[in-house]
Ligand binder design. Structure first.
Ligand code: TMP
Length: 393
């Protein structure tokens, strides 16, 4: 990526969701240098050496939205909101995963775009026309020829995965009806900085969005930011609402409030903010390794949730199975595999909990849900998180 001033070096990292079978441990694993930079002109924060998308988004992509009750409810709620704005809308979803959002709309008016073949099949089987392709401006032109324009274009945790944002937004603009609304949700850079959650940087997140940068990029592509909603999902996200650039609709108060917060309070438009954050990340690594070493002398340590985020943590902090005995995860496709890079075994949560002394919250973004669900298993154990700083919960 051009024009990026580096501020954070998270070391050699593997494909974050590339969980390995026992046989694959023998193969040469792919690693890249995870360095993060700030574009002083657009204010966008991006990974410097971005990973080629087909290495991450392919027919064995493991992240399944349907595994999370929180996300199922989330998609049902936003689908209801959209139907309240316009009944029987024509909807396109970019990055439809297992179809938890798009399935709420009239199938004959819906379209899904999903590059991961395993998930494209799922929405096809639900009867929703699906393009098993990466989103590009060229694909948008093809869709326009075949299906016309859309009332709503929606994308959740997907736009920040796409390297070329201007091409992406131009494609959206061409496919929106005049009154059409583009809604997308991605992790919030402000929340990453506040949470010290450096683990939000991994191969699948070439960009981390501030509202300041989003406004600049949308404008460059002929779209206008007119609303921002704050969401708690994925450790803190923003829902962005945009329309075709026009003078008629003015920015809502939510846009001005967020820009003011990010500029005046968080100073996300200044490189020094990112240098200060990088110092906090180094401290987080030191503290986490220290606390885990202390706990290790007392007994077994497990990590709860084989998240892409924990791939970044374990590889940056050089934490392997000598420190963390295993990772539990409810996703069947991740079980009986090994974590990317550090090769910690992943097992089902159906373990002998009496043997466990310490639990690290790899899925820290579901902390309250997990603490409530696992009250019995976690009783009398030490639970550790690194968010917003390394501590015992
Ligand atoms: P995410 O942070 O990228 O959404 O991934 C969450 C991972 O954590 C996913 O693989 C499922 C796993 N998980 C559990 O194993 N148990 C749980 O109770 C929850 C909420 C998630």
């Amino acid at each position: 990526m051009e024009n990026l001033t580096e501020f954070l070096d998270l070391g050699k990292q593997p494909i974050a969701n590339g969980f390995l079978t026992k046989d694959q441990l023998k193969d040469n694993e792919y690693f890249y240098e995870l360095k993060v930079g700030f574009n002083q002109e657009t204010k966008l924060v991006s990974i410097i050496n971005q990973v080629d998308p087909p290495l991450m988004f392919n027919d064995s992509y493991p992240y399944n939205t349907s595994m999370s009750t929180t996300m199922i409810k989330h998609f049902e709620d936003i689908a209801t909101k959209i139907k309240n704005i316009k009944s029987n809308p024509k909807v396109l979803e970019i990055g439809s995963n297992s179809g938890e959002f798009i399935k709420h709309f009239d199938k004959s008016l819906s379209l899904a775009v999903e590059p991961c073949g395993n998930f494209a099949k799922v929405t096809e089987n639900l009867g929703i026309k699906t393009y098993n392709r990466f989103w590009t401006h060229d694909l948008a032109k093809e869709i326009f020829q075949n299906h016309g324009k859309y009332d709503f274009i929606y994308a959740a945790n997907c736009i920040c995965h796409i390297p070329d944002l201007i091409d992406t937004f131009k494609g959206v603009k061409d496919l929106l009806n005049n009154e059409g609304i583009f809604i997308f949700e991605d992790p919030s850079l402000a929340r990453v900085i506040l949470n010290g959650s450096f683990c939000q940087w991994y191969d699948e997140h070439p960009h981390m969005f501030s509202i300041i940068a989003i406004k600049n990029l949308l404008k460059e592509a002929g779209l206008k930011l007119f609303g921002v909603e704050t969401l708690n999902v994925h450790g803190g996200s923003n829902r962005i609402l945009a329309i075709k650039d026009s003078e008629i609709v003015s920015e809502s108060e939510s846009v001005n409030r967020n820009i003011w917060f990010e500029t005046e309070i968080m100073k996300l438009d200044q490189i020094q903010t990112y240098y200060d954050f990088a110092d906090k990340v180094k401290k987080s690594k030191k503290d986490l390794v220290n606390i885990l070493n202390i706990q290790k002398s007392k007994g077994k340590i497990i990590s709860y949730g084989a998240t892409a985020k924990s791939t970044t943590i374990f590889n940056y902090c050089n934490i392997n199975s000598e420190l963390i005995d295993f990772i539990t995860d409810t996703t069947i496709d991740k079980q009986n595999k090994f974590s990317p890079g550090q090769h910690i075994p992943v097992v089902s949560p159906d373990i002998n909990w009496d043997e466990v002394e310490t639990i690290f919250l790899g899925a820290w973004n579901f902390k309250d849900f997990i603490l409530n669900k696992e009250k019995e298993h976690f009783k009398n154990k030490t639970v550790i998180t690194h968010v917003p700083y390394v501590r015992i919960v």
